[in-house]
Design a protein around this ligand. Structure first.
Ligand code: PMP
Length: 437
């Protein structure tokens, strides 16, 4: 019986976000090097999606591997209730220092969904610890995605990924997300519609809202939909003025993606709770953090366990993850990543402008290291054939893309070589016009 990787994979693996019956065989990857992944058969692929948006410094970076190895030889894991450790404490201090205002209290977990789940639960219990049990409703933005656990599905329901689970989730109040693109002249109207929906929601239900959660500036999985920083600031101010807790899901936007270290910096706002994960460890290990305002944490302190936050995970603050995150933050500074991102953003703008003549490409948009456009003229929705076709053809040319249906995006690691990024755009220029043939 064959025991090569693919045969065993077909027999035993259940892949995420995959229709196992129709999906092509996965590519067996054996190595990573910089912005490239190298397959078993020796083919090299440029990772234009940063391996699901987690990789920022390139694959198999020695500095991070060494930090993890050093930590593994000292202390690999310890329960985080009743015990603490230096990498966890150092990382919490570092995050608190990097985030604005009094976002100083860090609760660790292990992925984006848990970071969101924790934020929702903290907000929920915050009100109950103060005797306010009226607040039972979360608000969120239409098309937002926050992860696949139950609470995250509730507030991300309108992203369209959860139809089989419709009866499992809680009711959420959704307001429209005002997204824009280059040359969009309807953005003022869209923002006015959002503002009016927010005002109506606050006038009718402010006292019943637990919190509002949103992906600041870029709704990622929902289609790389981009909003304007000034408008985000305005919206946040309205929720906060009405006493509603504002949760920023920076799981994708964190660590430079929008061109600032965090989207909250770019929008110049101080949310009440921030969720980070994905590139926190530069993609080396699963680790996440939910960071709250210190006064929210204070409301959990009393002489009774009843007001404590009874939530935890086996791997909360795993020391290896914390060591990886600290090494990644060091690299972020040492390698002047914000400058690299600004250069990537310039190339995105320049090359998307070149593509503007192609009628299949619409709604071009850029923010920081993220560029996106829609494919026009084919089918639409997450399973869109046109996006799958593009991904297969680009893969044959050595580029990894994973369109969200008809939405194509590029989100490379910051270490990407400029020449490689240009060649990816050359590949798109050659491939996109053939998609409808
Ligand atoms: N929030 C956002 C904004 C995300 O993009 C994602 C993942 N794509 C999540 C939460 C969930 O993160 P994870 O996949 O690590 O659970």
């Amino acid at each position: 019986m064959k025991n090569d990787t693919l045969t065993l994979d077909r027999r035993h693996i259940w892949h995420p976000f995959t229709q196992g019956q129709t999906a092509p065989d996965p590519v067996v990857m054996t190595r990573g090097q910089g912005a490239h992944l190298i397959a078993e058969d020796g083919s090299r692929y440029l990772d234009l999606i940063s391996s699901w948006w987690v990789n920022i410094h390139g694959h198999a970076r020695g500095e991070i591997a060494t930090a993890i190895s050093d930590q593994a030889h000292r202390l690999e894991q310890v329960a985080f209730a009743g015990f603490t450790h230096r990498p966890g404490v150092d990382l919490a201090c570092r995050l608190a220092g990097l985030l604005p205002g009094d976002l100083d209290r860090v609760f660790f977990s292990d992925n984006g969904s848990t970071a969101v789940e924790i934020a929702l639960k903290i907000a929920w219990q915050y009100w109950r610890n103060q005797g306010d049990a009226r607040r039972c409703l979360f608000a969120a933005f239409g098309g937002g995605y926050h992860g696949d656990t139950l609470g995250a599905m509730s507030v991300g329901f309108s992203s369209g990924f959860y139809a089989p689970f419709a009866d499992m989730v809680r009711e959420t109040a959704f307001v429209p997300f005002a997204d824009t693109w280059l040359g969009d002249n309807a953005i003022d109207d869209k923002e006015a519609a959002t503002l009016s929906a927010v005002e109506t929601l606050l006038s009718e239900k402010a006292d019943h809202l637990v919190a509002v959660i949103l992906e600041p500036l870029i709704q990622a999985a929902g289609g790389m939909r981009m909003g304007r920083p000034d408008f985000l600031r305005d919206i946040v101010a309205r929720f906060q003025a009405a006493g509603v807790i504002v949760i920023f899901d920076e799981v994708m936007t964190g660590f430079g993606r929008t061109g600032a270290l965090f989207a909250c910096h770019k929008a110049k706002v101080i949310p009440d709770i921030v969720c980070v994960a994905k590139s926190l460890t530069a993609g080396f290990l699963p680790l996440a953090a939910t960071v709250c305002r210190e006064d929210i944490h204070q409301s959990f302190l009393s002489n009774s366990f009843d007001t404590a936050f009874a939530h935890g995970h086996s791997f909360t603050a795993n020391p290896l993850g914390c060591a990886a995150a600290l090494a990644s933050l060091d690299l972020f500074e040492k390698e002047h990543c914000l400058e690299k991102i600004a250069r990537i953003e310039q190339i995105h703008h320049q090359r998307l402008a070149d593509l503007s003549a192609c009628p299949t490409i619409t709604h071009r948009r850029v923010m920081g290291s993220v560029a996106a456009f829609d494919l026009h003229g084919g089918d639409q929705g997450y399973g869109a054939e046109i996006g799958r076709r593009l991904s297969e053809r680009m893969r044959k040319r050595g580029f990894i893309l994973r369109p969200l249906g008809e939405v194509v995006y590029l989100m490379p690691p910051y270490c990407i070589d400029e020449h490689d990024l240009h060649s990816a755009y050359d590949g798109l220029a050659a491939t996109v016009p053939t998609l409808l043939d």
